[in-house]
Design a protein around this ligand. Structure first.
Ligand code: GDD
Ligand code: MG
Length: 352
């Protein structure tokens, strides 16, 4: 049976100050009426709440359960600490196997914008059919790159699969290459960006972890043995922090055989930082992206947001800036360096 697994333990620091540790971006309404995690669960709605799982951390668990009211609270798996996506996927796979030995997982990040839902569903069903016919397959979704991003994984397309449309063997996978390599990939026309959405059997991904991350796998097995027992939590708390902190992309996808890619027929965007808001909300004639009360004179290329609902923002003579006003913090930044917010946050933490 198909299960949906939402990875939702990232900190989303690049959306400061709207996103905080307890309220990261997947729990916020960044674009639209629903929060990103509600959108993500809704997109996989046909799978049903009983077979929807979330992997998150202790700080975010309560709010996650509240926002996903239909999902059984025990399907929200709580990591004792963040160890990146390889342990997250492994932990979910162990829980799923316990519930359903034949489980197929649709693994989704909680912070993507995708549509339309029926096209997404059809693509996932196609991926699941590939896995049903060959349980060894690890299926990825690829979108055509339009700039040499260094923030994505790249999938080299190989031969077309026999019985599936726009599905290919993966010749190679490279997670987050440097700029020169990304440019070569883009120029070659043979690469997709990895959407970060995966379809595979829970048993198969655990086998892959056993092969490539044997220590992590052993620890996952120790955790798995305790599911439903009194000492589950203490075992999880002992084993989890010891697991190698690595992403599923580096740990498995760069190394594994039997990887295939489906060309994504859906619209896809990774809402990675404030600059993505322009793609979501569009711009006015002065090329500003505005969400809130705003009056700007000689202001162009700016992203302006007020989350309080009652604060007027006025600007004069500025360009290419991000201004975000929240009840207790305001950001004013020059666009262009998406990672600078991370530096700002560590500086704020250092100063207490
Ligand atoms: N539970 C949990 N625990 N979730 C996590 C953790 C963790 O330790 N770390 C990250 N996540 C969640 C994030 O919240 C996000 O929803 C998802 O896992 C992916 O993590 P990112 O940190 O956003 O990954 P990325 O964007 O750098 O790279 C991945 O996605 C790209 C597409 O958006 C890779 O798969 C790339 O290859 C891919 O191109
Ligand atoms: Mg991401």
């Amino acid at each position: 049976m198909l299960h949906a697994v939402i990875m939702a333990g990232g900190s989303g620091t690049r959306f400061w100050p709207q996103s905080r540790q307890v309220m990261p971006k997947q729990l916020l309404k960044l674009a639209g009426d629903q929060t990103m995690i509600q959108d993500t669960a809704g997109r996989a709605g046909w799978i049903g709440p009983e077979r929807t799982w979330v992997v998150t951390n202790a700080v975010q668990a309560d709010e996650t359960r509240k926002q996903l009211g239909d999902v059984p609270p025990s399907n929200v798996l709580v990591e004792p600490c963040a160890r990146n996506t390889a342990p997250c996927v492994g932990y979910a796979a162990a829980e799923l196997l316990h519930a359903d030995p034949d489980a197929v997982m649709l693994v989704m990040p909680a912070d993507h914008v995708i549509g339309p839902p029926e096209v997404f569903q059809k693509a996932v069903e196609q991926a699941a059919a590939i896995v049903e016919s060959d349980p060894e397959q690890l299926v990825l979704f690829g979108v055509k790159p339009n700039y040499p991003s260094v923030g994505f994984g790249y999938i080299e397309r190989g031969e077309e699969l026999a019985d599936s449309e726009k599905a290919y063997k993966v010749e190679s996978f490279r997670e987050k290459p440097d700029l020169d390599t990304a440019q070569q990939y883009l120029d070659s026309g043979k690469f997709y960006w990895n959407c970060g959405i995966f379809v595979w059997k829970a048993s198969r991904i655990l086998e892959a972890l056993k092969e490539y991350e044997p220590d992590m796998h052993e620890r996952l097995m120790r955790v798995s043995e305790k599911i439903g027992k009194d000492d589950f939590q203490s075992t999880l708390e002992t084993e989890y922090p010891e697991m190698n902190s690595t992403s599923i992309d580096y740990a498995v996808l760069e190394r594994a055989k039997s990887v295939s890619v489906l060309e994504a027929p859906f619209e896809w965007d990774d809402v990675g930082s404030w600059e993505a808001l322009t793609r979501l909300l569009g711009e006015d004639e002065a090329k500003n992206t505005i969400d809130g009360q705003f009056v700007g004179l000689e202001t162009t290329g700016c992203t302006v947001r007020d989350t309080t609902g009652g604060h007027l923002i006025g600007t004069i003579g500025i360009e290419d800036c991000i201004i975000v006003h929240t009840p207790d913090a305001t950001l004013v930044a020059k666009k262009g360096d998406e990672n600078a917010i991370k530096r700002l946050i560590s500086e704020i933490r250092d100063r207490g």
